[in-house]
Design a protein. Structure first.
Length: 567
């Protein structure tokens, strides 16, 4: 400070000095704010490459191989990072090209010509060609490889037309066929010389080579051979652009509580497949964001409509449906982490009809229906009874619900039991381990009512679930319900490519199921996961499988940098 300024400063009284300091400070703060404003006006933030994303997951990798994968969530997660399909989900209920550039479909819907993107490289530097697509499909179709996907590809011929063009020929039109082409593709030059018997033993099941946004780096095992962690590095030559997140590390746990502790200790950034109560717990912690994924699935009570007179009675089934307080079920048992449904097609799925999926709980109407059908509490014990025309003895209104040994489903079943007790229904629960349930109940159709879930796909094909030809195992018509009009609609809907007509048919299908009540559709639960708030860029809201939330991972980021705006 110069002597003249110092002299003038000393002449100021206390109030003048304070005002001078405030003015000076305000001036410089204003300059800083003006500078920030100008920078924001002429620049924009964009993702910056860098960062390590750490995920906790229950399980262990086995086959990071789309030909052998048997619905292992860990394998599916890693496959989504390492491999690509010809198509992938867009996160809003549709599909977009991935390895494919575009398609041409014949007018009769039987021939699909798929044009490939050129210059797509495998992680080892080889170029992807039509040979890889043909090899992957033919490997699945070859019974020697025992692929669990073989049934999906029966009746499909695949051929290479040129280096970047593949033709699929179907015996019959199948409108959702493009959804099948989300299958991940294997490199022929890596796998073609591996014998079928050695396919599950090959090192590439754990050290895969794909075309995806991330490359295998390493995994860590303990002394007993269990894989503890799995590290992937970004693919700088990825055809959709280098991913922003530099490193992805999966940590594997034996149970969910261990995985949760890892998250709470900030040893990982993400935890998937949260239960409802766990999601509510983490939602109150500022560092986490709880995200939900809508999957094309539902939970329902499937009545064996041929088991006995009670489950065969449409009026009884209608009364049972009206007696379930679904909004309260979702609020009290599912912590509002599910969507109420009355049909198999929920929100976000093609064919969804909001007017059909409203609350229909009406206990008084349910009681009226049963009363009109001569169900009465004759013994004054709260259990309704009725004499059917061909019987001389009274039949109690009793139903046994069979369900898997799952804590949440048991709570749902108990809730339904309480609702039906108010109606005068004696309800019993039969809880079985999943393997026993599939072997001794589902396959032989040995149940009165089955509390279970189904996955239908975001472009739904309901044929396997409701067509008369599917009443026996391995068909998935769990109700043994048969309806000729429904059969015709199901057959037509999977073949026509007129979207307006498909919507019309899907609405008619849902109306038939809602009228005849072979099942009571209950809810579609959200798939919940916790993420650090640092991560941004996630856009997937609707998917077929939980792992598909990763399909846009190359756009995710932790950090940003500013660049000048283009005018």
């Amino acid at each position: 400070m110069s002597s003249s300024l110092k002299k003038r400063w000393l002449q100021f009284n206390r109030r003048e000095k304070i005002l001078s300091l405030v003015f000076t400070l305000g001036f410089f703060v204003g300059l800083i704010l003006l500078f920030i404003f100008l920078v924001n006006q002429i620049t924009a933030p964009i993702p910056k490459i860098g960062g390590k994303w750490r995920i906790a997951i229950v399980g262990e990798p086995r086959f990071i191989n789309p030909v052998l994968n048997q619905n292992n969530d860990v394998d599916r997660n890693l496959e989504e990072l390492v491999y690509n399909g010809l198509y992938k989900i867009d996160g809003r209920g549709g599909l977009i090209p991935d390895l494919a550039d575009h398609e041409e479909i014949s007018p009769d819907g039987k021939i699909y010509n798929i044009f490939l993107k050129e210059g797509v490289l495998w992680h080892d530097g080889e170029e992807l060609t039509a040979d890889d697509i043909v090899f992957t499909i033919e490997t699945i179709q070859n019974s020697d490889y025992q692929s669990p996907l073989r049934l999906n590809w029966q009746g499909v011929a695949v051929e290479k037309l040129n280096k970047y063009l593949v033709r699929f020929t179907l015996k019959n039109p199948y409108e959702p066929f493009l959804q099948n082409l989300t299958l991940k593709i294997l490199p022929k030059h890596i796998w073609e010389n591996i014998e079928p018997g050695n396919f599950p033993l090959a090192q590439y099941n754990l050290k895969p080579i794909g075309t995806g946004p991330y490359l295998f780096e390493k995994f860590q095992k303990n002394d007993s051979g269990k894989i503890l962690s799995y590290t992937l590095e970004s693919n700088r030559r990825y055809f959709a652009g280098e991913p922003n997140l530099k490193t992805v590390i999966y940590y594997f746990f034996d149970d969910f509580n261990q995985a949760l502790k890892s998250l709470l200790r900030h040893q990982v950034d993400s935890l998937i497949n949260l239960a409802n109560n766990q999601a509510n717990l983490l939602a109150h912690k500022n560092q986490w964001q709880i995200k939900k994924l809508i999957l094309p699935r539902y939970y329902a009570i499937f009545f064996n409509t041929t088991k006995n007179q009670i489950t065969a009675d449409k009026k009884v089934r209608e009364a049972l449906a009206l007696a379930i307080n679904k909004p309260l079920l979702i609020e009290k048992i599912l912590n509002n982490q599910a969507e109420l449904i009355n049909t198999p097609i929920g929100q976000g799925i093609f064919g969804y009809q909001p007017e059909l999926n409203k609350n229909e709980f009406d206990l008084n109407r349910a009681r009226q229906i049963l009363s009109e059908e001569n169900w009465q509490d004759k013994n004054q014990n709260g259990i309704l009874e009725k004499t059917y025309p061909k019987q001389k003895t009274e039949t109690e209104l009793t139903i046994t619900i069979t369900l898997p040994d799952n804590q949440q489903l048991q709570k749902v079943a108990e809730f339904i039991k309480d609702n039906w007790t108010q109606l005068g229904v004696k309800t019993e629960l039969k809880i079985l381990p999943l393997t026993d349930l599939e072997k001794n109940a589902i396959r032989p159709r040995n149940y009165e009512a089955l509390l279970f879930g189904n996955i239908i796909g975001q472009d739904p094909d309901l044929f396997a679930f409701w067509h008369s030809s599917q009443v026996n195992d391995p068909g998935l018509n769990l109700t043994l319900y048969q309806n000729q009009k429904l059969d015709s609609l199901l057959e037509e809907t999977r073949q026509i490519n007129n979207q307006s007509k498909r919507l019309e048919n899907l609405k008619a299908i849902q109306n038939i199921l809602l009228t005849d009540r072979p099942a009571i559709f209950l809810y579609n639960p959200y798939y919940l996961f916790a993420e650090t708030k640092k991560i941004k860029g996630q856009q997937i809201n609707i998917a077929n499988y939980p792992s598909e939330r990763l399909s846009d991972i190359h756009n995710w980021y932790f950090y940003t940098r500013r660049v000048f705006k283009l005018r």
